[in-house]
Ligand binder design. Structure first.
Ligand code: SDX
Length: 430
């Protein structure tokens, strides 16, 4: 057993070191407080492994991303989203028979209990669809309670994967005041979603292959990303043995933040602002570099990738294909390409290893599909669903997995005596 030596308080401690299947090393500090009385400190957990996981591997320096060993470039170009869901959750690509059953289950379970339709009436028309999605997913626990004794977990996994696209499409239909459209077994996951979004009683909508293929790829590249903020949230909530729906609903809320999945919406708003201000990309980049402006180049930078995010590379190419095939000229794409060109040649971004991440180009592709900006983070959640489920299941299936309970360093007021209000001195204002 390899060890790392810690010298602290005049004592020496040998901390165990172990390596994963890709030769990543970890210093095991799970006994640190017991041995030394001190805790390790790492706000944002940038240097801490919260678990061992066999689902996704990322090498941020080399820009590598693999789901269960398969490189993202191969899956994005050759697989369909529902088989990638099966791969992430069940650790193998399904054979033809398994795939037929799996895909049929996903469509037949896309329907939501008719009583849940009433929930949509309660939301204001312009509700953000992430608020609706988080509420709807948590509410599934009321309709499909998890029985410890039964095998409901496998069934609830299918239900959640299947219904998320229905919640997403229905929240859009509610916002435009159109009737809900139901899925058909003859369509793929991506085709069904586009049809549920854009078909109306007056006019059928046959999803164009180029858009269904682009959506399929978008969902695949969002499907998992190891211990990101929202997946860690799902594991945190699931560690208390909360049910799947409650745990994933928490993940939806974590993803909503503009530093995480909300960034794809923030990128479009940033590009639109640049155009409204006259389209001067150089001036915007100069503002980003002035600390006091607090402006960020949204869609750039990443906690793990210190190289080009492989997903951004795939999305940049997909944007080029879709816009060319559909003959679309989107000024936002031109601005995004110019911003990238400027940033990749600017010392500020180079020395901080800031490259385009998955959110930089995804929104432009959603726009080409006709998906409104406030639906972009919901699209990210739809894609990330299998990843959240796979991590929740991996943790649930791990024997003796412990409830997550980090420690802290207290910096508040030390002990003081309670004074009854009649004797309390006037408090200092401000
Ligand atoms: C996702 O974790 C995942 O895997 C997430 C994700 C997934 O698939 O789940 O990949 C999806 O969330 C992608 C990230 C989407 N968010 C954004 O695009 C928002 C803009 N980016 C950032 O705010 C930032 O880069 C983060 C949040 C992504 C990462 O932040 P870190 O690792 O905490 O880095 P940091 O804030 O400490 O920044 C380090 C330096 C700072 O400058 P200095 O103080 O050293 O001078 O880089 C600067 C930051 O100011 N910086 C940026 C910047 N991002 C970091 N400066 C300008 N523009 C940016 N976008």
């Amino acid at each position: 057993m390899k060890t790392a030596k810690l010298v602290y308080g005049g004592e020496e401690y040998d901390l165990p070191v172990f390596t994963g299947s890709e030769n990543e090393s970890a210093i095991d500090i799970s006994k640190l407080r017991e041995q030394t009385g001190a805790v390790a400190y790492d706000p944002g957990y940038g240097n801490v492994g919260s678990c061992r996981s066999a689902i996704t591997f990322i090498d941020g320096d080399k820009g590598i991303l693999r789901y269960r060993g398969y490189p993202i470039e191969q899956l994005a170009r050759k697989a369909c989203f529902s088989e990638v869901c099966h791969l992430l959750i069940h650790n193998h690509l399904p054979d033809e028979e398994e795939f037929g059953l799996w895909r049929r289950e996903l469509t037949l379970n896309s329907f939501i209990h008719e009583d849940m339709l009433k929930f949509f009436e309660g939301f204001p028309t312009k509700s953000h669809p992430m608020a609706i999605l988080a509420a709807m997913i948590a509410s599934l626990s009321a309709y499909h309670p998890e029985e410890e004794r039964g095998q409901t977990i496998e069934k609830n996994i299918i239900r959640l994967l299947a219904k998320v696209k229905t919640f997403a499409a229905f929240s859009y239909k509610k916002s435009v005041g159109e009737p809900f459209v139901y899925p058909l077994t003859r369509y793929s996951y991506a085709q069904n979603f586009l049809r549920m979004m854009f078909a109306t009683p007056a006019e059928e909508y046959e999803p164009p292959k180029v858009l269904a293929d682009a959506l399929n790829m978008l969902l695949i590249i969002h499907a998992d990303h190891e211990q990101n903020c929202s997946t860690s949230t799902v594991r945190m909530v699931g560690s208390s043995r909360a049910n799947l729906f409650a745990s994933v609903s928490a993940g939806v809320s974590a993803l909503w933040g503009s530093l995480h999945g909300g960034a794809n919406q923030a990128v479009i708003e940033m590009l639109e602002r640049i155009i409204d201000d006259g389209g001067d990309c150089k001036a915007f980049v100069a503002k980003v570099k002035e600390k006091k402006s607090r402006a960020r180049l949204m869609g750039f930078g990443h906690r793990v990738y210190k190289n080009y995010d492989p997903r951004a590379r795939l999305l940049k190419k997909a944007n080029d294909d879709v816009h060319r095939k559909l003959g679309i000229k989107d000024p936002l794409l031109d601005v995004a390409l110019e911003l990238e060109e400027i940033a990749l040649n600017d010392e500020y971004f180079i020395e901080r290893n800031l490259y385009p991440n998955v959110d930089f180009y995804s929104g432009i592709l959603y726009r080409a599909m006709g998906i409104p900006t406030d639906m972009f983070t919901v699209m990210f959640a739809m894609g990330r669903m299998p990843g959240w489920i796979a991590h929740w299941k991996e943790q649930r299936d791990t024997p003796n997995s412990r409830i997550h309970r980090p420690r802290q360093i207290y910096t508040g007021t030390t002990e003081r005596k309670f004074i009854p209000i009649s004797k309390r001195p006037k408090s200092k204002k401000g």
